[in-house]
Design a protein around this ligand. Sequence first.
Ligand code: XMP
Length: 506
Amino acid sequence: MANMVVVLDFGAQYNQLIARRVREAEVFCEVLPGDTPAERIRAKEPRAIILSGGPSSVFAPDAPTMDPAIFELGIPVLGICYGMQLMARLLGGDVKPAEGREYGRTTMRKLGDSTLLGDVPEQSTVWMSHGDLVAKPPAGFAVLAQTDKTPIAAMGNAEKNLWAVQYHPEVNHTQEGFRVFTNFLYHIAGIEPDWRPDNFIQSAVAHVSEAVGDGRALIALSGGVDSAVAGAIAREAIGDRLTAVLIDHGLLREGEVEEVKEAFSDIDLRVVDARQEFFEALAGVTDPEQKRKIIGREFIRAFERAQSLIGEREVLIQGTVYPDVIESGGKNAHTIKSHHNVGGLPEDMAFRVVEPLRWLFKDEVRRVGHALGLPDTLVWRQPFPGPGLAVRIIGEVTEEKVQVLRHADAVVRQEIRQAGLERSIWQAFAVLLDIRSVGVMGDARTYGRPIVIRAVESQDGMTADWVHLPYELLDRMANRIVGEVDGVNRVVYDITSKPPGTIEWE
Ligand code: XMP
């Protein structure tokens, strides 16, 4: 990759955001562990290096550190928050605990001109989150900005091309945050932006062609965006040497199976109807964990059955995306990885696994999908759990309840789409409760089930806020669900964030 940037990860909750901002600036970047040796970094020939923030204090006994030789590579470096403190400390500056932790929005004032803060107004709002601060910069550094509580909010050594900010330019609360990235990447590191859909499609297609060679490959489509886009890339690369399998476990959303069939009508797509097996295995089961386990097991069985019909395939294409790669590789991040293994494939498969999307963020995956001609409904589909509608039915899962939920869910999604909110909301869906309450319709008393509407905003699914949907929209959804979906006589809206709730109900 000609123009590439390395982000060294010291475990900040925002580390993925840094990488995303760099990609938004149309520059390719890779996230590596903070302790990656200078030699390994040099071998990758990056045009710039960014040091991320981190949850630690540089004074903590197990504080993550970095190879100081990185500052001698002659490659421009930008330190952010913890990265700035590390830079200051390793280069002989003075870091000390701040008197009070500075957290949240604050006003930054520039002190003179610098390339890093070029075109940032004299005063602007920045987002701070730190317990230590740099009290004295290392020799050769100029102080570029300050806030009331932080005497050095930004510093730089133009001669050595080492720069740092104490605040978080990657978060939206920092007004001119993106400009700091473009100043650093374009004007300091001299990078020409070139990471665009055409470019990433080309490299992903080339990667699959090379990995599969003359062989044949298999992909499991789930109905979701990632596997669909991975499939579209593989189709581009190897055409009819690709076979796709879609396990229809009866727990997919309305229209999902049909849309996948249509989008992949030109390749060897095998839809495995495993509905009966799944419903039989789930009969009588109410415990959420047990449901997940059964679905995971049945999924593997169905896939093995499909595999035995298809015959030999050397390569398995998987839709792993970059956040999955960062999350499983980083060792500093204070994140809790939840139960996302359902829908996993047999462990003892004799495949080589190829992951064409392993460098892409979700928004890039969507751009690729769009550029490859996949329909909007597929490309803009919201995340959906592997165990499907089963984790949105509280109590025993039956075919009848799935039908009720699928219909209600379709109404919620349609209304959200029509209100133009589908792309800005992380997930909006329906949950079916296995209880009954009394209602009245026409002149008759009803005794029906309630539907819960859930809509959340989130960056990554780890934490989430419930969405303040307009009352009119809630009203329309409730009226339509009670009017159109048999057996439902009440609609409620879930106003719990995560934590303390989870996004799904089970
Ligand atoms: P929770 O309910 O844990 O969900 O707050 C966080 C995000 O993960 C999705 N989710 C899953 N995705 N397999 C998946 O692929 C699963 O088993 C699974 N469970 C939850 C959920 O939809 C949300 O986006």
